[in-house]
Design a protein around this ligand. Structure first.
Ligand SMILES: [Zn+2]
Length: 324
């Protein structure tokens, strides 16, 4: 299990396609473009207004370039991979790394190039090649290797429409100093905890005055009265830096949500729901929606705030369905 052996093995993957090309399940369509623009709050008429698009330099509707990868993605199959399906070359490569202790993976860079605008009716095919693997690097996460994969997107005439380079770091997690408390079993791995919030100058008050006292505080502009969350120094509506706060009642409805299946990350249980909640005060808040009945979650359903002490030093404001 030497480093030389690992490096010899991984280099055999370089330059190879990870599997057969991914042919888009559907052609580029106005409906999908519209849904994307809705989600992105993009109102550019060349994506949405057939007549305006016709009079533009494009001569008709086009798709936002940043949708490039969306056309050839496999949908829910990606979130619930078939465990019996043969592994593609990328999965095999990651398995080799894991065998040598490089079990961590984190995405680090993504560069996209757009060669032409896609139009409704175009059909995209993506080919993914393992382009290169770096030398061993020492990083803050641990020692590891950067893997560059290159995706090339072509249209129905096999002409390139764009490309994307995606880089991940596959690493051997650095050993953490043993936890000082709870040394009841020295050999048992510490129970992973939730990530700590990033607390700084602009949001310390929210945690210290609010969450520590089991209050959900919402910042309020002293000039125009607009509410805003998360906390930040300036009002986006009137640019005032004078602000106060109000305490939210905790009554809310589900504005939107996702069920998180993958990648699994301790200490969360999967799947779990992450919601965007419309607070009754009139601003939105992102948190977990904690329920045993994920199938019952609906847009618009009433939810309520509660505070959960998730570990000995962290309390979080979470939401749960209001009992009927
Ligand atoms: Zn304001």
């Amino acid at each position: 299990m030497s480093r030389e052996e690992l490096e010899r093995k991984i280099q055999t993957f370089v330059g190879k396609a990870i599997g057969p090309p991914d042919v888009a399940r559907d052609a580029v369509s106005e409906g999908a473009i519209r849904q994307w623009c809705d989600a992105m709050l993009d109102s550019n008429p060349v994506y949405l207004d057939a007549q305006a698009a016709e009079e533009s330099v494009f001569g008709g509707l086009v798709a936002p370039p940043t949708m490039l990868q969306a056309w050839s993605l496999k949908g829910i199959e990606m979130a619930r991979p078939d465990p019996d399906a043969p592994k593609d070359l990328q999965e095999q490569l990651h398995a080799v790394f894991s065998e040598y202790g490089y079990v961590g993976v984190v995405a680090t860079n993504c560069d996209q190039q757009f060669d032409r605008y896609l139009k409704p009716g175009d059909r995209v095919t993506a080919t993914t090649v393992i382009e290169s693997i770096s030398e061993q690097k020492a990083t803050g996460l641990g020692i590891g290797y950067f893997i560059n994969t290159r995706l090339t997107f072509v249209d129905q005439d096999d002409e390139q429409v764009g490309s994307m380079t995606f880089r991940v770091l596959k690493y051997k997690p650095a050993k953490k100093p043993a936890a000082s408390e709870d040394s009841s079993s020295a050999s048992a791995p510490a129970q992973p905890k939730r990530m700590r919030p990033a607390i700084g100058h602009d949001n310390a008050w929210w945690w210290e005055e609010g969450i520590a006292n089991k209050k959900l505080l919402i910042q309020k502009c002293e000039s125009c009265g607009e509410l805003r969350h998360p906390p930040r120094p300036m009002c986006p509506h009137c640019q005032s830096i004078e602000w106060g706060s109000i305490e939210a009642s905790g009554k809310a409805t589900v504005h939107s949500y996702v069920l998180m299946y993958y990648p699994e990350f301790p200490p969360f249980e999967y799947p779990h729901a992450i919601g965007v909640f419309d607070l009754e005060e009139g601003t939105r808040f992102v948190s977990n929606l904690v329920t045993n009945d994920l199938d019952a979650i609906e847009i618009g359903m009433p939810v309520e705030l509660y505070f959960e002490q998730v570990d000995d030093e962290l309390t979080l404001p979470l939401f749960r369905p209001v009992k009927a």
